[in-house]
Write a protein that binds this ligand. Structure first.
Ligand code: IMP
Length: 430
């Protein structure tokens, strides 16, 4: 059972990229299964910092094949920019090393305009999307009106026709929203160059994976966004339009459940969220500022894709417990424990109180969630700089207790903790 699925356990931005890069060292294939360039995965290797939006985070390992799965929505122009950017930094990206599913859906320029129009129309109820056209592209997919990456394998004229038709269709909706129409020929110009460039990378990745698994290859499935942004399991409608959870990995790549060996949840040691929607442990003031950082460092809590400051708060164990239940984590890995150093007391939200009732799992409606107050357990903090620790026993006792209590409350082992952005800044339990 050679498949490992790695999933964000919160609202995205958990630091999944660094763990995918770490797991990739002993994998043959790293495959992304959901989302598009709304994601921002950061990998720090010595003095270089790479920000990936579409390409899987295993790309820095020479022997690893990267797959972009059918569950993704792809902006071809941005993908070409990302490939060329990596190539300019000396990373080899060839059709042997990067495979794009022919069944992924294409984000058109009209989807991006529509994303903006819909957000405007939502007014105070805006979702706070990344404005990358993600929602409208998935809407066309499920409405059976989308165009797919496989269409780029057709002759250029036929692909262009399909693209123009798709833009025209979305134009009708744009006009209804009071927006200007796009000129399909102008809007699609860069797409045609991108199609020519990307053609050699496009294959049936599910068949490739089937054969690779038969040959005993090891596959890491890289989740984007996080459990609480899942279209089914997140705090709807303040969610993304894909399935970042464990089930999404199977449909988003076309692999069967019997191949899965590990389901790893990545959780930040505190909570962050970007965009709208309820967040019961949100903080304002000094502690929120410490958690967020100033924005000077790439690991500070400002969106990798949009640059927006993230909302910060205490670790929400109610949400984590829910992520465990939805994904069936075999293990959880923590990130950014070093950021908690110097806070006198740390709080864990162990339950919610909603209308006089205590709840261990989040309520379903946002109305209830907005009325929820967190029930906190207070733990001692630690003052020491822990960024040099590599073994669990080297952590201060209070930091060990913090990790152990989270594992106990979630009923899942935690054996791996990151204490800094560098590849080797990992604490392992021996
Ligand atoms: P969309 O995916 O651009 O439609 O955005 C929907 C919601 O998901 C918004 O609240 C975004 O801020 C959030 N979101 C999407 N991608 C990410 C991500 O990679 N990290 C964190 N939040 C995200």
């Amino acid at each position: 059972m050679p498949v490992t699925i790695l999933i964000g356990a919160q609202w995205g931005d958990e630091g999944k990229g660094r763990y995918v890069d770490w797991l990739a060292a002993s994998a043959d294939i790293v495959a992304r299964y959901a989302g598009g360039d709304n994601a921002g995965h950061t990998v720090a290797i010595e003095e270089d910092v790479y920000k990936l939006h579409l390409i899987p985070s295993g790309v820095f390992h020479d022997d690893v094949v990267s797959i972009m799965g059918n569950g993704m929505v792809v902006n071809p122009v941005n993908l070409v920019k990302e490939i060329k950017g990596l190539q300019a930094m000396g990373i080899e990206i060839t059709p042997e090393r990067l495979l794009i599913s022919s069944r992924a859906h294409i984000i058109t320029p009209a989807h991006i305009e529509l994303d903006k129009a819909k957000e405007l129309a939502r007014g105070t109820k805006a979702i706070g999307t990344t404005l990358r056209g993600i929602g409208p592209a998935y809407l066309d997919k499920t409405g059976r009106a989308g165009i797919r990456t496989g269409d780029m394998l057709l002759d250029l004229e036929t692909f262009a026709e399909r693209l123009y038709e798709a833009i025209e269709r979305t134009n009708e909706t744009l006009v209804k929203q009071g927006m200007e129409k796009l000129n399909p020929q102008e809007a699609a110009l860069e797409y045609l160059d991108a199609a020519t460039f990307l053609k050699p990378f496009i294959v049936d990745t599910s068949i490739y994976l089937y054969k690779a698994l038969k040959d005993g290859k090891k596959v890491v499935c890289e989740g984007a966004q996080g459990t609480l942004l899942d279209i089914d399991h997140g705090s709807y409608p303040y969610v993304t339009s894909s399935s970042p959870t464990a089930g999404g990995a199977l449909t988003g790549l076309g692999v069967g459940p019997l191949d899965v060996e590990h389901v790893l949840g990545v959780a930040k040691s505190f909570s962050t969220r970007v965009g709208g929607g309820p967040m019961p442990t949100e903080l304002e003031g000094d502690i929120a500022d410490q958690l967020r950082g100033t924005g000077e460092n790439f690991w500070d809590e400002f969106g990798t894709t949009t640059g927006r400051p993230r909302r910060c708060g205490w670790l929400d164990v109610v949400m984590l417990r829910y992520a465990v239940s939805v994904n069936g984590f075999s293990e959880m890995m923590l990130t950014k424990m070093d950021i908690l150093s110097g806070i006198d007391e740390l709080k864990l939200a162990v339950a919610y109180e909603v209308d006089g009732e205590q709840m261990e799992f989040p309520p379903v409606t946002n109305e209830q969630l907005e009325r929820a107050t967190a029930v906190y357990e207070t733990l001692d903090g630690w003052q020491e700089d822990i960024s040099g620790c590599r073994n669990f026993d080297e952590l201060p006792a209070a930091a060990q207790a913090y990790v152990n209590r989270i594992a106990e409350l979630c009923d899942v082992p935690i054996n791996t903790i990151s204490v800094g952005p560098e590849r080797d800044q990992l604490v392992l339990r021996s």
